[in-house]
Structures are given as C-alpha cells and as structure tokens.
Design a binder for this molecule. Structure first.
Ligand SMILES: NC(=O)c1ccc[n+]([C@@H]2O[C@H](COP(=O)([O-])OP(=O)(O)OC[C@H]3O[C@@H](n4cnc5c(N)ncnc54)[C@H](O)[C@@H]3O)[C@@H](O)[C@H]2O)c1
Length: 333
C-alpha cells in the first residue's frame, strides 16, 4: 500500500469501477463529475480524499500521481491534455475521442509532455483472448482466411439504473454509438492482425432505439497479406452475444464471452476441443489498474498505448468514409 493519489475524471459506471479497483490496490482516490449524484455514488463506494464538480477545482486542490479519464468521449482530449500538462500519467478510457483530428491533436500534446498514457482497450487484458493470440501466433489452425467479429447487446440493458436515452451512448455528439463505443473489436483486430488495407460497409441507425448515434455496423476489412474480416456490431440485440470466429486452413478457433470459452475444431464434425475459463469481467480492469500503477512507477506502457488508440480512429475514419460514400476506403495515415 503506497497510497498513490489518483484523480478519477467521470464518476459514472466505469469511473466507479476504476475507483473501487484502485482503492483496493492501495490508492487514495479523488473524484470529479459535474453531477452531484454521481459524486455521491462514488463517495458511497470508496473513501474519497475529495470530490469535485470541475477539473479546475480538482487541479487547484492537489497534485495527483495519476489521472483516470472516464468521462464521455467528446471531452476526453481536453481532459487528457490537461492531466498530461499537469505532469500526471493518464489511464484514458476508450475511445480516444470521437474523431481522428482530435486524436492526432492529443498525440501531439502527449509527445510534448512525455507523461505516460495507458489506453483502456481492456479486452487486451482478457486471458482467453491472450490465449487466442498465442494460438494464432503458433498457427494452431494454419493460416487464417476468415475472421468474424460479432457483438450484439441491447443498449437498454447496459445501465439498468438509468434511461438509455440519457446515457452518453445515445448521443452522437458525446461520442456514443456502436462504432465508437464497440471499437474494442476494431482494436482487437489490429492487435491480432495489424492494420488492414481497406474497409467497406455500412454504419447506420436502423432500430427503434431513441438515440442520435449509430446502432448497427457491418464492415468488411481486407488485408494485403492476411484474412478477410467481417465485423457486426449492434446495440439492439437480445440475448447479448460477443464472439469471434477464426477460420483457418486447418480448422477453426471460436471464442465467446458467454459462455466464457475458447474452442478449437479441426474435423468436419462438430468435435470441439473446449477450454472453459473462470475469469470475471472485473479481472481485466484490475489488470489494467495494475499496469497503470506500474507505469506511474516508471515501467513502460506495454499492453495498449495512445498510438493504438489513434490507429483505431484511423480505421473508424475510413469506415465512415466507406459507409457515407458507398465505396471501399483505404485506411489513411
Ligand atoms: N474499457 C471498457 O470496457 C469500458 C467500459 C465502460 C465504459 N468505458 C468507457 O468509459 C467512458 C465512460 O463510460 P461509462 O459507461 O462510465 O459512462 P457513464 O455515463 O456511466 O459515466 C460517465 C460519467 O461522466 C460524467 N461526465 C459528463 N461530462 C463530464 C465532464 N465534462 N467531466 C467529467 N465527467 C463528466 C457523467 O456525469 C457520468 O457520471 C466512455 O468513454 C466509455 O466508452 C469503457
């Protein structure tokens, strides 16, 4: 217990989770949220050094060992630059921000300030997916020809304590929507296979959800020397499903979140070699928190950095162009 003082900017769902985990790892926590009810909720879950209604008050009151940015995406860049300029290492929740221009501006600011930044694409810390990566490296089912990413989860089920219409996810201008918020899956594609050559597809709002953001994403990615990748993301599906299917020359690897399982099949019949996992969702956030604390102590950021977050936005920018202009779009620099 070395009592690092961490400021959590945004005391909503994931902000409170980071607060609980970092407090359990021995940190002293302060919170910032414009909403009094959110500050009170965080204070009821962890003992706070202080709770602030604005960043100005927070930075005037103390010097922090680290800052977690857990606010809606449209304020991420401004708040992250502010933390870096105060000399604080940052854990930045995904996505970096709603567009590539903002992400590039943050990249420049981060180069200037040199404080470490860990990006919160948390599925990179999920043990079954680390096993998938190892199996792909070992060519366990040969060269991969096709990958199917599938994520479907009705938005009204995400935060049962509030109306989904009031959640930032419903608002396009706050950085909500399937493409930005579920960019976890784009990040995993980049983590597993690197940058694709081009993308085509559609990003739409097609359900009756009362939101201004997109709720349906269907994309096709092609690689110079790699698999075809199809990706479906939606905010209206029930039951919720998250899975990735990797079809190789010698068989298939199938990962699913629920059941928490990894299966490998190599025969024509449905004979799967299954591995069941016991890890729980919070485990990946604890692993992120541990890497953040190590980065504060000077360890290199190793699992996910700002460039990784910017690369996701390069793909998003190309996907938006492909969808609006009805064409295949190259992934730009
Ligand atoms: N890594 C993951 O798996 C994961 C999981 C959930 C959320 N997230 C990300 O975390 C961020 C927050 O998501 P959430 O689910 O906690 O949302 P949330 O709506 O539950 O919480 C966001 C909080 O930010 C507050 N807020 C609004 N404007 C603010 C401002 N200017 N400054 C500070 N706080 C402000 C809101 O009042 C709210 O309490 C998003 O970027 C989201 O994508 C990541």
């Amino acid at each position: 217990m070395d009592g690092k003082h961490i400021l959590i900017v945004g005391s909503g769902s994931v902000g409170k989770r980071h607060a609980r985990n970092l407090a359990a790892l021995g940190c002293r926590i302060s919170g910032m949220d414009p909403r009094a009810d959110r500050r009170e909720e965080m204070a009821s879950e962890v003992k706070l050094v202080a709770a602030f209604a604005s960043e100005q008050e927070a930075y005037a009151a103390a010097k922090y060992d680290g800052v977690v940015i857990a606010s809606p995406p449209h304020v991420h860049v401004r708040q992250t630059v502010q933390a870096l300029e105060a000399g604080c290492p940052v854990l930045l929740e995904k996505p970096v921000c709603p567009d590539l221009k903002g992400a590039r501006a943050l990249q420049e600011a981060a180069k200037r300030t040199k404080a470490p930044l860990l990006m919160g694409y948390t599925w990179r810390w999920w043990p079954p997916l680390a096993d998938v990566r190892r199996l792909l490296d070992e060519k366990a089912v040969g060269a991969i020809h096709h990958v199917q990413f599938h994520m479907s989860a009705h938005l009204a089920d995400w935060h049962p304590w509030e109306r989904y219409q009031d959640f930032f996810m419903a608002q396009r201008e706050q950085g909500g929507g399937a493409l930005l918020d579920e960019s976890h899956w784009i990040d995993l594609m980049l983590w597993l296979f690197g940058m694709p050559k081009e993308v085509s597809g559609k990003i739409d709002k097609i359900s009756t959800l009362e939101i201004t953001s997109d709720d349906n994403v269907d994309l096709l990615f092609t690689y110079e020397d790699g698999p075809r990748v199809t990706m479906h993301l939606d905010l209206y599906g029930r039951p919720h499903e998250k899975f990735i299917r990797f079809v190789g020359a010698d068989g298939t690897i199938f990962w699913s979140a629920d059941p928490n399982q990894l299966s490998v099949g190599r025969t024509a019949a449905a004979e799967w070699d299954k591995t069941a996992y016991r890890c729980e969702r919070n485990d990946m956030f604890v692993a992120v928190a541990k890497e953040f604390l190590a980065a504060i102590d000077g360890a290199p950021v190793k699992t996910c950095n700002l460039d990784d977050g910017v690369n996701v936005l390069r793909v998003i920018e190309a996907a938006r162009a492909a969808s609006s202009e009805n064409r295949a779009a190259a992934i730009g620099d």
